[in-house]
Ligand binder design. Structure first.
Ligand SMILES: [Mg+2]
Length: 264
């Protein structure tokens, strides 16, 4: 039996699984076409907070992978949803380090974004990957957290795969602020259960029939284990077979790449 036949629902990571930066992985489009042909349900789930769902829809479209926005969950949208559902945010202020997509999502739920001295008294510090991150931003976040702001991170990925190699991810920024403020962030993205619950709710909570496909052990595969679903690791991202054998996190399946699903 083909692996694709064993499951009805697929949670699919993007970076390192479907593409590496702007280069699609071999047969990524064909895999999605096959899911559609077989009437499978799927969503894309990314820890990347660099774009919103619409941004990823466009990116996927440029690779001829056609999906609706509601098939894409990002750590930005999940973070905004989490804040909205768990805190009284009316009239509250947030200091946000991250891409425009993250700031837009935070603004959309009604938080006021603040900067500079005003941010020292922010109610929330929200951190994602930001290529413009610098010491001054670390300092502001540190003051706000020391003044009892709630510290939230979109994700804790240490690095991020690009054609030139692994570059620092949100986790590198978050941990610098944790070190400075001596407070641990609450992390929304994989492997946190919160983002997984949003994903699995799209399949009416059906775990038995659900497989997560990812390229990272400590995020994708661990997320699957924590959520109680099956896990498949692809080796097109940041992890090698040797690293898997050394890790305590063991995926249910290890595949060379997304194309392996199409083989007999
Ligand atoms: Mg990935």
């Amino acid at each position: 039996m083909k692996l694709i036949e064993k499951f009805q629902n697929f949670i699919i990571d993007l970076d390192g699984v479907i593409y590496i930066q702007d280069e699609p992985i071999h047969k990524a489009k064909e895999f999605i076409d096959e899911l559609k042909k077989r009437d499978k349900d799927f969503i894309f789930l990314t820890n990347n907070s660099g774009r919103n769902s619409e941004g990823y829809r466009k990116k996927l479209k440029s690779m001829n992978i056609i999906v609706d926005n509601d098939k894409i969950i990002t750590s930005s949208t999940a973070t905004a949803k989490y804040l909205y559902e768990n805190y009284n945010i009316k009239g509250k202020k947030a200091y946000v380090i991250g891409a425009r997509a993250l700031k837009d999502e935070i603004r959309k739920i009604g938080l006021n974004l603040v900067n500079g001295k005003e941010a020292h008294k922010a109610d929330f510090v929200i951190v994602g990957k930001d290529p413009d991150f610098n010491y001054e931003m670390m300092k502001i976040a540190n003051f706000a957290i020391r003044n009892s702001a709630i510290f939230i991170a979109t994700n804790y990925d240490a690095t991020f795969p690009t054609p030139e190699g692994e570059i620092p991810g949100a986790g590198a920024i978050v941990s610098s602020i944790e070190t400075a403020s001596e407070v641990k962030a609450k992390v929304i993205g994989k492997p946190n259960i919160y983002i997984m619950e949003i994903a699995i709710s799209k399949f009416n909570g059906n775990k038995e029939q659900t497989l997560i496909i990812g390229d990272r052990l400590e995020t994708d595969i661990l997320a699957g284990k924590i959520a109680g679903i099956s896990t498949a690791l692809v080796l097109t991202g940041v992890v090698s077979r040797e690293e898997v054998s050394k890790s305590e996190i063991k995926p249910d399946w290890i595949l060379d790449g997304i194309w392996s699903f199409l083989k007999e």
